[in-house]
Ligand binder design. Structure first.
Ligand SMILES: [Zn+2]
Length: 354
């Protein structure tokens, strides 16, 4: 099985291909656009275009050995990093091995199906992922050409959690990428990407697809989803259509709204809400809630900004986003979710973020 094809965006492809041919493609790119909108698929297309042997055209040929290896997720110079569960080992070499194994497992699934869904709420690019990126970036290209690093969900890149040194090394790598190396970071939430990373990358936005393009893709690859309701609901993002059978994100959204209402409702309601949080609940579900919370606060800040609202309330919401991200880090450890929600809620109330 090879990857499902990259659909649409012909103008953007042509612009990128022209930049590659002219040697003008930036070495560090931040792809933004709607969630499930094909950013990582575009990154893979770009990797294929850069590695393809038939170079002077818009589309990679799809026939040469490098093209076939990229499409089979088996090119030794293509390094695709996605969020992974936190490694259990204590020692950093062992942690990197665990990350490499997790990634290999995820890639094996993607090779088998050609499609993929959103990562688990608990997974991230932690310190061990950052070290693995650096280690691989320090090696020479296996095939003597370009090396391409794709970092999906770059808002989950949190290398500073326990080592400033690793964080700095990663920033240095993005500031001065080795020759013939390309870093493609993707995110639906550029506002949540560390500013130090954002400032080192050139943003490229991937727009929505037409409904017709989404429908055609579904008819070919997931015919059971090619209905009017799914196509309309996807709003131009194939990934959203593929995830429409999954109610995880809707549940997390509802839980986040409920929590913010409890925060706004005062300490008694907040305590009641925190106590309702299951202690033994699946951790993935808990971090899904925190993710949804960060997104809702960020969306609140954005709409306030567009409305020309008061700076103080925009800043309060942004401070709230940062506070939620700290809680998200803590949630990876062995913290009681009830306690974490209670302190998070009272901090959000004190900031005036809810
Ligand atoms: Zn080719």
């Amino acid at each position: 099985m090879t990857l499902a094809p990259f659909v649409g965006h012909l103008q953007l492809r042509e612009q990128l291909a022209t930049a590659v041919t002219a040697g003008k493609l930036p070495q560090v790119v931040l792809l933004t656009g709607p969630r499930g909108g094909g950013k990582q698929r575009l990154a893979l297309w770009l990797a294929q275009r850069v590695l393809c042997e038939a170079s002077a055209r818009t589309e990679p040929c799809g026939e040469c050995a490098p093209c076939r290896k990229v499409l089979g997720l088996a090119h030794p110079d293509l390094h695709w990093f996605v969020p992974v569960p936190r490694p259990k080992a204590g020692e950093s070499e062992k942690q990197m091995e665990e990350v490499a194994e997790s990634l290999e497992g995820i890639m094996a699934e993607r090779r088998a199906s050609g499609l993929w869904g959103p990562p688990d709420g608990m997974s991230s690019h932690g310190i061990a992922s950052a070290r693995l990126i650096q280690q691989r970036a320090s090696l020479t290209a296996a095939e003597g050409g370009w090396r391409v690093f794709i970092i999906g969900r770059a808002e989950r890149l949190v290398p500073q959690e326990s080592s400033q040194e690793a964080a700095n090394a990663l920033l240095k790598l993005l500031e001065e990428p080795p020759p013939r190396s390309l870093f493609i970071l993707t995110t639906a939430e550029p506002g949540l990407v560390l500013p130090t990373i954002r400032s080192r990358s050139i943003p490229i936005r991937l727009p929505r697809l037409d409904d017709g393009e989404v429908r055609t893709f579904l008819a070919e690859h997931k015919p059971e989803l090619a209905t009017n309701g799914v196509v309309m609901g996807a709003r131009g993002a194939i990934g959203a259509a593929l995830a429409s059978g999954d109610d995880r994100s809707a549940k997390a959204d509802a839980a986040a709204k409920d929590f913010l209402a409890a925060v706004a409702g005062g300490p008694v309601r907040l305590t009641a809400r925190s106590l309702r949080q299951g202690v033994a609940q699946a951790r993935g579900e808990f971090t899904d809630l925190l993710d949804a919370l960060a997104l809702q606060l960020a969306a609140g800040a954005r709409s306030e900004l567009e409305r020309g609202g008061a700076t103080v309330s925009i800043n309060a919401r942004l401070a709230g986003v940062e506070r939620v991200l700290v809680a998200r880090e803590q949630a990876q450890g062995n913290v009681n979710p009830q306690l974490l929600l209670a302190t998070l809620g009272s901090d959000l109330a004190a900031l005036g973020a809810a």
